[in-house]
Design a protein. Structure first.
Length: 743
């Protein structure tokens, strides 16, 4: 929308008339305040329509508040360009137009209250139809009703935004905050290590306090965040508590919680898989060792082969006695004989297979699904269990059908082999030559011995084949162990990338880190360190995952071949399990703020970030109770970080805060200040009551009346802030200069 030369330039200045006259009087002529020449028209930018003089008036501080003509005019322009608040008047020309525009000002209904929008142009004034910053009624404490002889006040009303409780030492600040927190239902102690203090609050005050929420409800417990004195500081000093806090934050995110739970389950399952693989590996090794022993017990293969060669030569001599004419018959006979032996071996092998397959029909195992579905809705659980049983029955039927089909195929093949055996045994040539050999005693003796040696050789060859197969399985199982162990790293790395997240300028990071200390401790407990080589292994320093895997594989081989001595009665299998079935990778967390790591921050800055973690990494909107947060923070963190944070946080949550620091009260622009006092000489309360409280805004100012009988009613809230809080005057000056543009 095009802007005109006079667009949006009506302004109010809240200063003394005499001062205005004096300033204008310092100019040489009235002509100097006039804009020279015609102002530009139909400009595209609002700034271009101001004109030289008007811009100078803004910059030099002669204009405090701007009036914009319409709600959709750019109030943000004056705020961002000149740090000036904007208001709007109804500009009513008829009765019907009255009340058609709304300006919401957050202040006491006094001139001094109105003046606050100069110091808080962003927060104190809004141009909109509906009330700004409106919180849910059920999440705002409206007032406190106190019925106890130690406290003068019967009713204390609270603001929906920032409420600060100030006062001297032992004036009843923490008592009031703690009593309300306990009434609402907090389990935290108000004062750590002060049982008599906590007992007074619980037994005396809590039964005599009513907390009324803005929705009109009293006498019920609702959720709040309550941080007693030093609570955050103690939390920041405990690294385990910080880790627990970060994990609880992560678990607040449903997706990340499921990822973390799945990761922990994966680790358990992975450990079981590795353990089973290692047990299987050593079982394979044991079976291979048994086969090796059996092979040696049968005899020396080389000797048996030589002996068979001798028998072969002797048989050839006997065969020569039958003449050259029978050599062809002999060759055919040997072929048939060899085939017969092979067929009989196959027949015997099929018998073994049939026996095993018959046993396999009943090897099916299924988990009990009911325990895994305990948390599922009752109706859904019944439906799932029914479906699961149907799947089991269907699978079992299909499995048995498949096994039956395979058995049938084997039986058919077995019949074919049996027929062929009968055919060979009844072959005329085979019978004729066999008869010759049976009638030849020398051949019979040699053949009997040959069969014995041949059976030995066959047994050795069978075991060698089985050993080769076991070697392949053992190597495969070893690779499986290495792969599964590496999965610890893979899973840890993958999930670490998914668990980190940020909230505004605070970032939670998650990395996969190797626990070198635990790894070295495990090696030290398992191996005797009597050699430099073992000491070198135990003192291993992690560099990266690839080198770590090389290290573990090297140890694996040394444990197997016995070159690493084990402590006590430990077995090789147990040593391998300790190394490989446990993960030495773990998720480690850090928090980054302004490029600083949490663990490297000052104690004060760390405490501030801990508080933000407690409050920001969730969607909670219930009230926040904080007792003296400045005790946990350094001065820079209070002014640069805490004040800015509270100003932002109070927009979304009601805050009730005890403090001694004026920057928190004034800098954060507290909507309500509660002044606390304990009766004493020079600081008397009404009717001599032990504790008294008065409330008001920071702009409520009234000079002290020294003759007043009670301290709290003797002056305004602003004066109490300056008296009670060291540096209060300076805090007000900082606030008033915050938006001032330097000349």
């Amino acid at each position: 929308k095009k802007a005109t030369a006079n667009h949006g330039l009506q302004a109010f200045r809240y200063t003394e008339v005499q001062k205005s006259t004096r300033i204008l009087g310092e100019l040489d002529t009235v002509e100097e305040v006039k804009h020279q020449g015609n102002g530009p028209r139909n400009t595209k930018e609002l700034y271009d329509s101001l004109g030289t003089l008007k811009e100078e008036l803004f910059k030099d501080g002669y204009i405090d508040i701007c009036e914009i003509r319409k709600e959709n005019d750019s109030q943000e322009f004056y705020l961002s360009k000149f740090n000036k608040p904007s208001i709007a008047a109804s500009d009513a020309h008829t009765c019907a137009e009255i009340g058609s525009k709304y300006v919401w000002i957050k202040a006491d209904t006094t001139f001094n209250g109105l003046r606050q929008i100069i110091y808080e142009p962003e927060a104190r004034v809004r141009i909109c139809d509906s009330q700004p910053e409106r919180k849910n009624d059920y999440q705002v404490i409206d007032n406190l009703k106190i019925h106890h002889n130690d406290i003068y006040n019967n009713n204390i009303y609270l603001n929906q935004n920032l409420n600060t409780i100030i006062g001297g030492r032992s004036s009843g600040k923490s008592i009031l905050l703690g009593a309300v927190a306990k009434k609402i239902g907090t389990e935290k102690d108000v004062k750590f290590g002060r049982p008599e203090y906590n007992s007074y609050i619980i037994s005396e005050l809590v039964p005599n306090i009513d907390v009324e929420w803005r929705d009109g409800i009293t006498g019920i417990q609702r959720k709040i965040d309550y941080f007693p004195q030093t609570y955050i500081n103690n939390l920041a000093a405990d690294s385990n508590e910080i880790v627990d806090l970060i994990e609880s934050i992560i678990k607040n995110d449903t997706e990340k919680k499921l990822l973390l739970e799945q990761y922990l389950n994966d680790k358990i399952e992975l450990s079981a898989e590795i353990n089973n693989a290692i047990v299987s590996y050593f079982q394979l090794q044991s079976k291979r060792h048994t086969l090796e022993k059996e092979k040696i017990a049968i005899g020396a293969k080389e000797g048996i082969v030589k002996q068979l060669e001798i028998f072969k030569n002797e048989i050839e001599v006997i065969n020569s006695q039958r003449g050259e004419a029978r050599s062809i018959d002999e060759t055919q006979f040997n072929l048939l004989k060899s085939e017969l032996e092979s067929r009989k071996n196959s027949y015997s092998h099929f018998d073994d297979e049939i026996k095993k397959l018959n046993q396999s029909q009943n090897i099916l195992r299924f988990d009990d699904i009911e325990d895994n579905l305990m948390d599922i809705d009752t109706d859904a659980r019944g439906e799932l269990i029914k479906f699961y049983v149907e799947l089991i029955n269907e699978f079992s039927d299909r499995w048995r059908k498949k096994v039956s089909d395979v058995l049938h195929t084997i039986e058919v093949e077995k019949t074919h082999i049996s027929d062929r055996i009968n055919q060979i045994e009844n072959d005329s040539l085979f019978l004729e030559v066999q008869k010759f050999y049976s009638e030849c005693q020398a051949f019979t003796d040699i053949e009997a011995k040959r069969k014995i040696e041949q059976s030995k050789l066959d047994a050795i060859i069978d075991r060698e084949k089985a050993i080769d197969q076991f070697d392949e399985k053992i190597e495969s199982k070893k690779k499986e162990i290495f792969k599964l162990h590496n999965d610890y790293y893979n899973k840890c790395s993958q999930i670490s990338e998914k668990l980190g997240f940020a909230q505004d300028d605070v970032k939670i990071t998650c990395v996969c880190k190797f626990n070198n200390q635990e790894y070295s401790k495990m090696l030290s407990n398992r191996f005797n360190q009597r050699s430099f080589e073992i000491q070198d292994i135990v003192s291993y320093k992690y560099e990266n995952n690839e080198k770590y895997l090389q290290q573990t594989q090297k140890i694996f081989e040394k444990v197997l071949n016995g070159s690493i001595p084990l402590k006590g009665n430990a077995t090789k299998q147990q040593a391998i399990i300790d190394i490989f079935s446990n993960s030495y990778y773990e998720l480690t967390y850090d928090v980054l703020y302004e490029n600083d790591s949490l663990m490297e921050m000052s104690e004060g800055k760390k405490a501030f970030i801990i508080m933000r973690m407690l409050l920001d990494f969730n969607e909670n909107t219930y009230p926040i109770f904080i007792d003296q947060p400045e005790d946990d923070l350094d001065n820079r963190a209070i002014y640069d970080d805490m004040v800015k944070y509270i100003r932002k946080k109070k927009l979304s949550r009601q805050i009730i805060l005890v403090t001694h620091n004026p920057n928190i009260v004034v800098g954060a622009d507290a909507e309500l200040v509660i002044c606390a006092n304990q009766h004493g000489i020079g600081s008397k309360n009404q009717k001599g009551t032990k504790f008294e409280y008065c409330t008001g805004s920071i702009e409520f100012s009234s000079p002290r009346v020294k003759s007043h009988s009670t301290i709290l009613n003797s002056q305004g809230i602003k004066e109490h802030i300056c008296d009670i809080l060291e540096g209060g005057d300076e805090a007000f000056k900082k606030r008033e200069l915050r938006y001032k543009i330097p000349r």
